[in-house]
Design a protein around this ligand. Structure first.
Ligand SMILES: Nc1ncnc2c1ncn2[C@@H]1O[C@H](COP(=O)(O)OP(=O)(O)OP(=O)(O)O)[C@@H](O)[C@H]1O
Ligand SMILES: [Mg+2]
Length: 916
């Protein structure tokens, strides 16, 4: 172990994490330059090494922050060589993080992330893994996204992630459950011992001064001690520079002492990055070649040795690594502008990868150059198709800066703004548009820029701005950019859908949209459906029918039309379309659309009783979605609803609470409605009827005088049955009838609403009409198995209470079987209870006398009886496998069984959950 001063708590933490068998959470160390992050990371590596773990490592670097997957490439390098050739996933991975020139066909970022996860898991199966990631603040965003993706999924695997950064976890990483440690300065005695170790004979006056100025920063302590040790006694040290600059100066002095060729090699290394090809030798070769272009005809690898000897390079691993990032910046900074350009020019000639070569050419250019600018624009396009949007914006901006023709430059800036908008980087959009605004833009680019300036979130409630937006839309249309106009519709309407749009704005928007094209167009239909899912429902459904979608096989069109069908309540058509779209979207790496399509599928499949598919879709959306994206949150809500009915209502409630927390940051009336639905469902399963009613009745009888957004109403078309159930439980039948009458009078053309109304009327019926309405509902609800089974349970109960037990049984049996098929645990149990009350033994009735199990025990027992392992049960219920084991241990005696195998015989009848 290295000799670190202090840091006992941090080292203990690392030791625990490294030693922990499973359930490691990962560590994120952050703090200012030189505070000792890398030093601790190296300790983690040593600890890991001692316990037989394999370490994979990578480090972010400022110069590579724009190269997609540069970090991942470094990290996975040791594994990629052993990947079996036939495995498609890994070939893809090798291609995407490997040679950049293979970027022509775009790998899907999710596929890359999944392949990474697979590769790491496969490696960890032989030996536990440590992923040591240094300087996350400089890591390319694509790599950060993959790491975040992996980190959220490896908790049960023998993989430990330790990261360092100068800033606390941000962007993609904020959702990862790290142990985050902010490194503090060393305390007085620690600092003193460090100085003593490095400069034992420093005069006390100088030493005290050093201790004061270094402020407990280890790098400062070590490096200043080394530098000041050589100062003749009695010299007065003046201090004009802040610490970091001072340290850079210390390093720069050391660089200046090197031979010229060594200095140039360091400069080249500071401008490029390492690890191309096995063991990093590719980089050294590239550097040497570049050095020859700089006039060092005899440059050779040996010329790096003096820099190693001066402690500037780290030779611990093969390749060229700076011993400290400040050395890199010191080298680049002190070289000056023109030497840096020269270095880039040399690297452009020596780079073997075309995209890298273009990047270096662009950095070397001293004046505008259309050829370079155009090459960079093409490169940006390739990079963007690989999912690295942020990097592509940076490249486009640079391309614009190098473009001689002002109009072309403006066009490139507008394109950059478009991409920045995709990322949600509003500040960047503003800046780019402002710059473009000063230029003589073409008619088309001006219209594009104008359209871009109107932010849908700002206009959905502002009539004046909506008018401006509509004008921009028309102008775009008139400028011959009909497609740009049409492409922009769905994203704008999505925002209207989630946030709710003010009615006058909605009408204006819909009017403008309808005017854009004569023939039905999927983009128009989606825009109409999303902004006015109730009033436009009839028109949208007619449009979908007219499109003839069965002949369409383009994933994007399928997704758009499927989404339109879903929001106007045609769950069946929507499901068919969306199921056909998701695979294509995945292959194209259309993540945003994929997430939305899956979240929508979760909703439609729920209503159609296709719960397995709903669960899969919700999970996929949660995996592919942006952390705070609305579609992803919607998927989260649907997972809660599914959990509530199939697994653990308590956990579902917790999840709803987390969702509501997220919603306070990104308000969405529509999501709030969905969340209330999931929460009510869970509360009803738990038998907390009054709470359920309190949550849901407020949604349906809001005293808010503003007209409800149509998207909210369209969600209620699907959640009405839950409202009605809650009303029936608390005896608020009259209220509910009034609400149902209101919906019936709304005139919406929605199959979902029709189904909900049929169900609601049966449940709320007066005694004399109840039986016939129930029977009619059973017939009408053939396509809606969950609603239908509930009606049959209710009908069976009704008949039984009238002592018509023989008539009741077929309905109760059918209900039980449907609930079993769906996996609706509590309802299945309720149907069984009714059946028993109707005099029908269940066949598994031996344990009626079994002592009561808690709700959680029941679930665990039910899942174990289905053959799930403790780990699988834990994953379903958010418990550790050990907790699951301990529950089982306690509940076996209560059930009078001694083994898991016997559970199957007693479980169907032990469910004592409250009646749904
Ligand atoms: N606790 C410590 N005891 C002794 N030396 C230390 C300690 N912490 C750091 N050092 C030394 O201080 C120097 C700077 O530390 P390190 O490189 O880990 O900083 P860092 O936080 O990674 O900085 P940066 O953000 O610039 O990467 C190194 O030479 C390191 O060995
Ligand atoms: Mg460091």
């Amino acid at each position: 172990m290295r000799d670190l001063v202090g840091r006992t708590a941090e080292l203990d933490l690392l030791r625990t994490e490294v030693g922990g068998a499973a359930q490691r959470v990962g560590v994120f160390l952050h703090g200012p330059p030189g505070i000792g992050k890398t030093a601790l990371l190296r300790c983690a590596q040593e600890l890991a090494h001692d316990t037989g773990m394999t370490t994979l490592e990578c480090a972010g670097a400022a110069s590579e922050a724009h190269v997609p997957y540069a970090g991942l490439h470094q990290l996975l390098q040791p594994l990629l060589g052993d990947v079996p050739d036939g495995d498609h996933r890994f070939t893809l991975l090798r291609r995407s993080v490997g040679a950049l020139d293979a970027a022509a066909d775009a790998p899907d970022p999710v596929a890359v992330a999944l392949a990474t996860l697979g590769l790491l898991r496969a490696a960890a199966a032989t030996r536990p893994l440590l992923l040591a990631v240094d300087d996350v603040h400089w890591l390319d965003p694509s790599t950060v996204r993959v790491l975040a993706f992996v980190a959220r999924r490896i908790r049960g695997d023998p993989v430990l992630l330790v990261c360092t950064s100068r800033v606390p976890p941000e962007s993609a990483l904020t959702d990862v459950l790290f142990r985050t440690v902010a490194l503090e300065p060393l305390d007085g005695p620690g600092a003193l011992s460090l100085v003593r170790a490095h400069a034992p004979d420093l005069p006390p006056a100088l030493r005290d001064r050093l201790l004061r100025e270094a402020e407990g920063n280890p790098l400062a302590l070590v490096e200043l001690a080394r530098a000041w040790r050589r100062i003749p006694g009695g010299t007065v040290v003046t201090d004009p520079l802040p610490l970091t600059d001072r340290l850079e100066t210390v390093f720069a002095d050391r660089v200046a002492a090197l031979p010229a060729v060594g200095q140039d090699l360091l400069l080249l290394a500071s401008l490029t990055q390492r690890t191309r090809g096995a063991s990093g030798t590719g980089t050294v070769t590239e550097l040497i070649t570049a050095a020859r272009h700089l006039g060092h005809a005899a440059a050779a690898a040996a010329d790096l040795e003096p820099a190693e000897a001066a402690d500037l390079l780290d030779v611990r691993v093969p390749g060229v690594h700076f011993r400290h990032p400040l050395i890199r910046s010191a080298v680049a900074r002190t070289a000056g502008e023109s030497r840096r350009r020269g270095g880039h020019a040399a690297l452009a000639r020596s780079a073997t990868d075309p995209d890298r070569a273009v990047w270096h050419r662009a950095c070397a250019a001293t004046e505008p150059d259309e050829e370079v600018a155009a090459a960079l624009e093409r490169c940006a396009d390739r990079v963007r198709r690989r999912g690295a949007v942020r990097e592509s914006v940076e490249m486009l901006e640079r391309s614009a800066a190098l473009t001689p023709d002002p109009a072309t430059r403006g066009g490139r800036l507008v394109t950059a703004a478009d991409h920045a908008a995709d990322l949600g980087h509003e500040e960047a959009v503003d800046r780019l548009l402002a710059e473009a605004h000063e230029l003589p833009l073409t008619e088309v680019d001006r219209a594009r820029a104008e359209w871009r300036r109107y932010r849908p979130p700002e206009v959905i409630g502002d009539y004046t701005r909506m008018r401006e937006l509509v004008t921009a839309l028309a102008r775009l249309h008139a400028a011959g950019r009909q497609d740009t106009a049409l492409d922009a519709l769905a994203p704008a309407a999505e925002i209207a859908y989630w946030r709710g749009i003010e009615p006058r704005c909605r009408d204006l928007f819909c009017g403008a949209v309808e005017g854009l094209v004569a023939a039905p167009d999927p983009r128009v239909l989606t825009a109409l459906a999303l902004s006015a899912p109730v009033s436009q429902a009839r028109r949208v459904r007619a449009g979908i029918a007219a499109l003839g979608v069965h002949t369409v096989d383009d994933a994007e069109t399928l997704a758009l039309v499927g989404r339109a069908a879903a929001v106007v309540g045609d769950a069946e058509a929507a499901t068919a379309l969306l199921l056909r779209s998701v695979e294509g979207l995945r292959q194209q790496g259309r993540l945003g659309m994929l997430t939305t399509a899956n979240a929508t599928l979760a909703w439609t499949c729920w209503h159609l009783g296709r719960w397995e598919e709903a669960a899969t879709a919700a999970r996929d959306a949660r995996q592919s979605g942006l952390e705070r994206g609305r579609a992803r949150v919607a998927a989260e809500v649907m997972s809660s609803a599914l959990d509530a009915v199939r697994a653990d209502p308590g956990a579902a409630l917790d999840r709803c609470t987390r969702v509501d927390g997220a919603l306070s940051a990104t308000p969405s009336a529509t999501l709030r409605e969905m969340s209330a639905f999931a929460r009510t469902t869970a509360l009803l399963v738990l038998g907390r009827d009054q709470e359920a009613w309190d949550v849901i009745q407020e949604r349906f009888t809001s005293t808010d005088t503003r007209p409800l957004a149509e998207s909210v109403t369209s969600i209620q078309h699907g959640t009405l049955p839950v409202y009605v159930d809650a009303a029936a439980r608390v005896g608020a039948v009259a209220d509910a009838r009034a609400v149902v009458a209101r919906f019936a009078g709304g005139g919406a053309d929605s199959p979902l609403l029709t189904a909900s109304l049929v169900y609601s009327r049966a449940v709320l019926a007066a005694p004399e009409a109840a039986e016939s309405l129930h029977r009619a509902a059973v017939d009408a609800l053939a396509g809606w198995p969950f609603l239908r089974a509930r009606v049959r349970l209710s009908l069976g109960r009704l008949l039984r209470r009238e002592r018509r037990v023989t008539e009741s049984r077929p309905h109760l049996r059918a209900a039980r079987d449907s609930f079993d098929t769906l996996g609706a645990l509590a309802w299945a149990a309720a149907a069984r209870r009714e059946l028993r009350a109707a005099g029908e033994a269940d066949g598994h009735d031996a344990s009626t006398g079994a002592p009561l199990l808690t709700a959680q025990e029941q679930l665990i027992a039910a899942l174990a009886a289905q053959g799930l392992t403790n780990r699988e049960i834990g994953a379903r219920l958010y418990l550790s496998p050990r907790t699951v084991g301990s529950h089982l241990y306690h509940l076996f005696p209560k059930l009078g069984v001694t083994s898991r195998a016997q559970l199957g015989q007693v479980m169907p009848s032990v469910d004592r959950r409250p009646l749904p």
